[in-house]
Ligand binder design. Structure first.
Ligand SMILES: *[C@@H]1O[C@H](CO)[C@@H](O)[C@H](O)[C@H]1NC(C)=O
Length: 536
C-alpha cells in the first residue's frame, strides 16, 4: 500500500514535532506554513502580518531547556537553561536539519480550507485547498494534523474599557510591542498580568518615567530561578511532586505553594495577592517584577474603570493622569477558520477527545496538536500527541466510541471548571505529568516505574525524583530511543554546564545520591500507594 499522506498545518513547534513523528511512523507528511520560516510564534518579526502572534525582541522563554526539548534531541549542553528567542530558533533549526524536516515544508503557503471528501465515511480522506503566490491548489490527504497553535487571534476587549475611544495617547495589543526605545520618559499603563504584561511592564520601566500595571484579579508570581538556582520547572515538574499532589488535598498543596511564594515577597504587600489559590490560575513567571515594584518603577493598580482623553481611572477611584501609552497585554484566543466549522470554538472552548480528536468524525483522521495550556510545557506535549496521532492514523491505536469520547470530554470540562477561575483563559488547562502519562499510555510509551526499579534502580530514582524530562517517554515502546537513559542520567550536568563559565574551587556537582536509601524507600512506598496506576 502506498504511504499515507498527512497534511501538517503550521511549522511551529507542534508542526515540526508532527512532521518528525509522521516520518518515524512511515507516514508521508506535507507541512504548509504561511510564513517563510519555521518556528511559529518564536520567529521574531518586526512587522508581523495580520492575525498572528508576535513576540518582542527580548523575549526569553520561561521554560527550561531540559524540560522543553524534543524527547530524542536534547538541547546542546552549553546552551543556557532559559533561551532567548533567537537561541531557541537555533535549536529548532538544528532539529529540523538533523532529522531532515525542511524538505517536507511548503513555505509561504496558506491553508484555505480542509473539507471531508465525498466518500469520507469510507475513506476518511480530506480535500485540502492551499494557496501560494495567488495560486490555489486542491490536494488529497489521508490525515490532517492541525498545528496552528492556540495563540492565533489577538484578544483586545476594548468594549470593556469605556472611554478608550476618546483617549489621545497610543494604545495597542501587546503583540505590536517590539522594544522599549520609543517609550523613553513616558507614563505607561500596561493592562494584564499574564506573562507578556509583566515582562513588558518590566522592560518599559527601565526607560519610562513611570509604569502602571493594571490587574483585575492579581496573580501568584513564580520565578525562573528556583531553589539552589535550579530552573523552576525542572524543580516543580517531577513524578514525585505529581504523586504528592495526588495523595494530599489540593488545599494543602495550595497552602504550601502560597507559603513558598510569599516567602520570596508578600503578595499582599506588593498589591498582587489574588482571591484565588495558586493552583486555580495559570501561572505568571517573573523574576524581575518584585524588583521593579520595590524600586517603584512599576506600580500595581486595579482594573481600569474608564479612560478620559489623557487619564486612566481605576476601580478604586484613583486616577493616573497624563498617560502617554496603554499596552493591552490581554492575550490571545484561538480559532480554526480553515476548518469550515468542523471544530466549533465558543469562548475558547472546544470539544476534543484528549484535547485532540473531534469525537464525531466517522474516521479518526484529523487531530489538533498543541492545543493545550499546561502547568508545564507545550513542546513535549505536542510531540507526544503527534506520536499518538500518527499511530491512530495508522490504525495501530483505536479511539473509543463517540459516546465514550463525549463522556470523557464532559468529565475533563467539569474537572477544569471545578479547579480554575472561570475565564476564557482556562479552557485547555492540563497538568504536565498527568497529561503526558495519559497520552503516553495511549501511545504505549509510558515508562513503567516498577520494571525500572527492578532492572535499573539508578534510572528509576532519577525518573521518579528528578525532573520529568521528555526523554522519559523514549525509554520503552514504539519510538524508543537508545540515548534516552543516558540523556536522563546526564540531565543535571547539562543544566549546570552553561552556568559554570568560571570554574570555582568547589568543583563537585551537588550530588543527589546521598539520600539514596531513604529515597529508594519512599519510591517503593509511592509505588505501593499508587498501586496499579503506576504499574500498568
Ligand atoms: C510562559 O509564558 C507563556 C506565554 O504567556 C504561558 O502560556 C506559559 O504558561 C508560561 N510558562 C509557565 C511555566 O508559566
Amino acid at each position: 500500500m502506498a504511504r499515507k499522506r498527512i497534511a501538517v498545518i503550521g511549522a511551529g513547534i507542534s508542526g515540526l514535532a508532527a512532521i518528525k513523528c509522521c516520518l518515524d511512523e512511515g507516514l508521508e507528511p506535507t507541512c504548509f506554513e504561511r510564513n517563510d520560516d519555521i518556528g511559529g510564534l518564536w520567529k521574531f518579526q518586526k512587522n508581523p502580518s495580520e492575525k498572528m502572534p508576535s513576540i518582542y525582541k527580548s523575549v526569553t522563554i520561561n521554560t527550561s531547556k531540559e524540560m522543553m526539548c524534543f524527547s530524542d534531541f536534547p538541547v546542546p549542553d552549553h546552551f543556557p537553561n532559559y533561551m532567548h528567542n533567537s537561541k531557541l530558533m537555533d535549536y529548532f533549526r538544528m532539529y529540523a536539519s538533523h532529522f531532515g524536516l525542511l524538505k517536507y515544508i511548503r513555505f509561504k503557503t496558506r491553508v484555505q480550507s480542509v473539507r471531508k471528501c465525498p466518500d469520507f465515511p469510507v475513506s476518511g480522506q480530506w480535500d485540502v485547498v492551499v494557496e501560494a503566490e495567488g495560486q490555489q491548489e486542491s490536494l488529497l490527504f489521508h490525515g490532517v494534523l492541525v498545528c496552528s497553535g492556540h495563540h492565533t487571534d489577538p484578544h483586545l476587549p476594548l468594549q470593556a474599557f469605556p472611554g478608550i475611544e476618546k483617549f489621545k495617547g497610543r494604545y495597542f495589543h501587546s503583540r505590536e510591542y517590539k522594544s522599549p526605545e520609543d517609550f523613553s520618559g513616558q507614563r505607561i499603563l500596561v493592562v494584564g498580568i499574564g506573562n507578556s504584561g509583566v515582562d513588558i511592564a518590566g522592560e518599559l520601566s527601565r526607560v519610562a518615567k513611570q509604569v502602571f500595571l493594571s490587574t483585575r484579579r492579581g496573580s501568584w508570581i513564580l520565578h525562573r530561578v528556583w531553589d539552589n538556582g535550579y530552573p523552576m520547572d525542572s524543580s516543580f515538574i517531577t513524578r514525585f511532586n505529581s504523586f504528592i499532589q495526588k495523595i494530599f488535598s489540593t488545599a494543602l498543596v495550595n497552602n504550601y505553594l502560597e507559603k513558598t511564594l510569599n516567602s520570596r515577597f508578600n503578595h499582599a504587600h506588593y498589591g498582587l495577592q489574588p482571591q484565588h489559590r495558586p493552583l486555580s490560575q495559570h501561572p505568571t513567571v517573573s523574576d524581575d517584577l518584585p524588583n521593579h515594584i520595590i524600586s517603584g518603577r512599576v506600580q500595581v493598580k486595579p482594573n481600569v474603570k474608564e479612560f478620559t482623553e489623557t487619564d486612566a481611572i481605576f476601580d478604586d477611584g484613583t486616577v493616573e493622569a497624563n498617560i502617554d501609552a496603554v499596552v493591552f497585554a490581554t492575550g490571545y484566543s484561538f480559532s480554526f477558520p480553515f476548518l469550515d466549522g468542523l471544530i466549533e470554538v465558543a469562548d475558547n472552548e472546544v470539544s476534543l477527545y484528549k484535547l485532540m480528536f473531534p469525537p464525531n468524525l466517522e474516521k479518526p483522521t484529523l487531530a489538533v496538536i498543541g492545543l493545550v495550556q499546561p502547568l508545564g510545557i507545550v513542546l513535549p506535549i505536542a510531540e507526544l500527541q503527534s506520536r499518538w496521532a500518527a499511530r491512530v492514523f495508522k490504525g495501530l491505536s483505536k479511539l473509543p466510541s463517540a459516546k465514550k469520547m463525549m463522556a470523557d470530554i464532559a468529565q475533563r470540562k467539569r474537572a477544569m471548571e471545578k479547579r480554575y477561575v472561570k475565564t476564557a483563559r482556562h479552557t485547555i488547562q492540563v497538568d504536565h505529568v498527568e497529561y503526558m502519562d495519559e497520552i503516553a499510555s495511549l501511545a504505549g510509551v509510558k515508562p513503567s516505574l516498577l520494571l525500572l526499579l527492578l532492572s535499573d534502580p539508578k534510572l528509576a530514582m532519577e525518573v521518579f525524583f528528578g525532573p520529568c524530562t521528555p526523554y522519559q517517554f523514549r525509554l520503552q515502546g514504539p519510538g524508543k530511543w537508545d540515548g534516552a537513559r543516558r540523556a536522563i542520567l546526564t540531565q543535571r550536568e547539562r543544566i549546570i554546564k552553561p552556568l559554570r563559565t568560571r570554574v570555582t574551587s568547589k568543583d563537585s556537582l551537588s550530588s543527589s545520591s546521598g539520600l539514596s536509601l531513604v529515597k529508594m524507600a519512599s519510591l517503593g512506598l509511592a509505588l505501593l500507594a499508587a498501586g496499579l496506576t503506576y504499574i500498568q
